[in-house]
Design a binder for this molecule. Structure first.
Ligand SMILES: Cc1ncc(COP(=O)(O)O)c(C=O)c1O
Length: 299
């Protein structure tokens, strides 16, 4: 598709300014010269119907839940109920001021608190921070929690293990957090290769990051064995919750031995970014990590 600049034809206009019905004033008296452009702005010159057609054509290339299912990899496991957008657009949420005093936003705080309790229940975790604004943001937050926990317990562990099928944000978040990334291969069934995992875990391992069901859409059947391998070595198990709705209501990461989880709630419960939705990546922790869960929280 051509850019509007490529469609531009010198002299074409999409507006006609009506003749002034008030006396003309010199421009210098209205706008000081130092605040005015020296050259005209470089804008495409187009007729009005061309402008309309250009932007309508662009809008039709937008992907949204009205035109199809979200097509990105494991995100196809995700469900997009549109009513959530209507609820999120209620004026009470939409027009709430970020600096409003607590006394004026008790309803919003109640919703946040209830959400925190519900997420804890469905994920099997002790508490959540609702601060992170996307899955990848949650990963970084979760890894910083893991780092803080290990420091608090006297060991500055340096390595994070990720399976070779992990979403790219997993190794990226670990590297951004300052960890050395160790990759473990998958077994022929598409799960984590247990022997390779045993060989990779040592006293420097801070955590293993895992998606379950994984990026292939397969449930990791050896999850309890995997949790045992990590915990026996004093390391933690991190749950990437991007695919949570594959198991929602049937199994909980907390019961599988995960210590820290992020949930891409925009995917599990609503329209993902790719479908036009906003994001949120709350991070939940097991009881022993609650002291290092970042504020602010509604308690
Ligand atoms: C498995 C997995 N982890 C993490 C992410 C990152 O989540 P977000 O896009 O909310 O940052 C995605 C996103 O597609 C994902 O599929």
């Amino acid at each position: 598709m051509q850019l509007s600049f490529e469609k531009s034809v010198p002299g074409r206009r999409s507006h006609v300014v009506a003749p002034a019905d008030v006396p003309a004033e010199p421009l210098d008296g209205l706008l000081p010269p130092e605040l005015r452009r020296c050259e005209p702005a470089r804008l495409p010159e187009m007729a009005e119907p061309e402008v309309v057609r250009h932007f309508v054509a662009l809008s039709r290339r937008n992907f949204g839940v009205d035109v199809g299912f979200y097509p990105l990899g494991s995100c196809t496991m995700k469900y997009n109920p549109k009513i959530n957008e209507a609820v999120a657009s209620l004026p009470g949420f939409l027009e709430a001021h970020p600096l409003a005093p607590d006394s004026l936003v008790q309803g919003t705080l109640a919703v946040l608190h209830e959400t925190e309790r519900l997420l804890s229940a469905v994920a099997g975790m002790a508490g959540f921070s609702l601060a992170p604004a996307a899955g990848a943001h949650g990963e970084l937050t979760g890894l910083m929690i893991i780092q803080a926990w290990h420091r608090k317990h006297g060991s500055g562990r340096t390595k994070v293990i990720v399976p070779d099928g992990a979403h790219g944000t997993n190794p990226a978040s670990a590297a951004l957090c300052g960890f050395e990334v160790v990759t473990v291969p998958s077994d022929p069934e598409g799960g984590v290769d247990l022997d390779a995992l045993r060989g990779a875990v040592d006293e420097h391992t801070a955590a293993l990051m895992l998606t379950n069901p994984n990026t292939l859409g397969l449930f990791e059947r050896n999850i309890l064995t995997i949790a045992g391998i990590l915990h026996d070595a004093g390391a933690l198990l991190y749950y990437d919750g991007a695919n949570l709705n594959g198991i929602l209501g049937r199994a909980r990461p907390g019961d599988m031995g995960f210590d820290v989880v992020h949930l891409n709630v925009h995917k599990t419960f609503s329209t993902p970014h790719g479908g036009g939705g906003p994001g949120a990546g709350p991070v939940g922790v097991a009881e022993r990590l609650v002291p290092v869960l970042p504020p602010p929280r509604v308690v």
